[in-house]
Design a binder for this molecule. Structure first.
Ligand code: BES
Ligand code: MN
Ligand code: ZN
Length: 501
């Protein structure tokens, strides 16, 4: 898809379709009024007859409106003018894009970016419009033999900004929006890939391809033999029941000075989580192919970072592994010595993510990181706490927590903080080892975070539990690409990249 920004008046547009808003009840937006004037009341007539109320998401496609140069006019219901918020704005854009894609307009000029959205500026509106468009048009058809794509898909869209002065921020917004959308798409593609194709070696191939694509990127891999030498016994234990070798892929983006401490992202990359010997129930087990959503989002955000060539050093770690039951699999009762030297009593082999991550988090100490953020589909409890709407954020460093929450707000990619008070640490006590790998049912997401916090003392650290946000279940099953927008925003802020640059 091609995106452009323009600042023009609606009656001058010569396009396959021109998109304008109508508020509830039957009130024309400024731009719609201009079209109404040149068409001698054609649009207001339709509204009076009751063809469109203006409720958010309503669509009315008109052909050959008198005196209008564009072939079609798409009237889009925007709800009550004063109530248009960011959530509604994104829904309206999504519905518009869907409609355009299905009704034969291969190009369009869209004036919805001129609507007033509470608390948001032109940069945000254009960037979200780009991100939402790409999100809406996403399909995963590689493995279908009949693709069923539209005959005349939307190819090009121009977003209008109110004044010429805003063209520059509009263009920045398109550039940034496209870079983020690229990261989101990479994340979705890799996460949607089935587990018989997407295994730890597949993640490593994706990393290697990145190194070919960008000059700033180099990659390395830690295989099982290396892990053995390094004492990463906890990580190794999780993969022991699998025929697929555990591989930790490391992606370096060098955009800053040699001596600049890197920001490190660590993604849980369980390409399939059967639960191991503590086998999961069968219902919906297929969805555990998404248990590499953390690694997929790290890969995705590295694409965004490299595409924008951010002037900072960023390292992305994809902690690839598969959790399977087998004669050689690790078992409940086993006591593992982690790379940090601390011992862990395994009480449930399904609490495997933390066992992989703890060694990855110790491993990254060698990069002397300024900050480490891990991203993981870590606990079902996080879905109980926050549902699919917010990522669970935990951190032992308040400024970092605030920075991430701020980025999440800017990017409209929700996150909510959960506490990591010492009170919860007690739940991890074990009579035989330094800790157990589970802390019981109460506050399951927090005790998982507490477990990780024991391996992150050497740097500023935050943990994102994306169990609820990484994918959608049910009939619209699929990866969401979250939390790429939030992480991308966090890194853009670190790099000092804003609407003006
Ligand atoms: N990958 C799962 C967490 C998960 C569950 C993510 C459902 C998304 C949807 C994780 O490895 C796991 O199995 N966690 C257990 C932990 C428990 C054994 C303490 C869980 O949440 O049930
Ligand atoms: Mn598990
Ligand atoms: Zn898991």
């Amino acid at each position: 898809m091609e995106f452009n920004v323009k600042s023009g008046s609606p009656e001058k547009q010569r396009s396959a379709c021109i998109v304008v808003g109508v508020y509830e009840p039957r009130r024309l937006s400024g731009v719609a009024e201009q079209l109404d004037a040149i068409s001698e009341g054609y649009i207001s007539n339709l509204l009076r007859r009751g063809d469109l109320e203006g409720k958010a998401g309503q669509m009315l496609l008109l052909h050959h409106v008198p005196n209008v140069l564009s072939e079609r006019v798409l009237l889009v219901g925007c709800g009550k003018e004063r109530e248009l918020d960011e959530r509604q704005y994104k829904q309206i854009i999504a519905k518009t894009i869907q409609t355009l894609n299905e009704t034969g307009s291969m190009e369009a000029v869209c004036f919805l970016t001129e609507l007033h959205v509470k608390g948001r500026d032109t940069y945000w509106k254009v960037r979200q419009a780009v991100e939402t468009s790409q999100d809406t048009l996403y399909t995963f058809l590689q493995l279908k033999t009949k693709k069923g794509e539209p005959r005349r898909p939307l190819r090009k869209i121009v977003f209008n900004v109110p004044t010429r002065r805003e063209l520059t921020v509009g263009e920045k917004a398109v550039e940034h929006g496209l870079a983020i959308a690229k990261g989101v798409k990479v994340t979705k593609d890799v996460a949607n890939m089935p587990p018989n194709i997407c295994n730890p070696a597949y993640l490593w191939e994706q990393a290697q391809q990145m190194a070919e694509e960008y000059d700033s990127v180099s990659v390395e891999v830690v295989n099982e033999a290396n892990m053995k030498d390094l004492g990463m016994n906890s990580y190794l234990a999780v993969g022991r029941g699998s025929e697929n070798e555990s591989l930790m892929s490391i992606i370096h983006h060098k955009g800053g000075a040699d001596d600049q401490a890197p920001l490190v992202l660590v993604g849980k990359g369980l390409t399939f989580d059967s639960g191991g010997i503590s086998l999961k129930p069968g219902d919906g087990m297929d969805e555990m192919k998404y248990d590499m959503g953390g690694a997929a989002s790290v890969l995705g955000v590295m694409h965004t970072v490299a595409a924008l060539n951010l002037p900072i050093n960023v390292i992305g770690v994809l902690a690839g592994c598969e959790n399977m039951p087998d004669a050689n699999a690790y078992r409940p009762g086993d006591i593992l010595t982690t790379m940090s030297g601390q011992t862990v009593e395994v009480l449930n082999t399904d609490a495997e993510g933390r066992l992989v991550l703890c060694d990855a988090l110790t491993y990254v100490e060698r990069f002397d990181p300024e900050t480490v953020v891990d991203v993981a589909t870590l606990t079902g409890a996080c879905i109980i706490a926050l549902g699919k709407h917010a990522t669970g954020l935990m951190s032992t460093h308040n400024p970092l927590a605030h920075e991430l929450l701020n980025a999440s707000e800017q990017a409209s990619d929700r996150a909510w903080r959960l506490p990591l008070w010492d009170d919860y640490q007690e739940q991890l006590e074990s009579p035989f080892a330094d800790m157990a790998n589970i802390g019981g049912r109460p506050a399951g997401s927090i005790t998982a975070g507490c477990f990780l916090s024991r391996f992150t003392k050497k740097y500023n650290w935050a943990h994102l539990d994306i169990a609820g946000t990484a994918w959608n279940s049910g009939k619209n099953k699929g990866a969401t690409g979250r939390p790429v927008p939030m992480l991308a925003q966090f890194l853009m802020n670190r790099a000092g990249l804003g609407a003006e640059d």
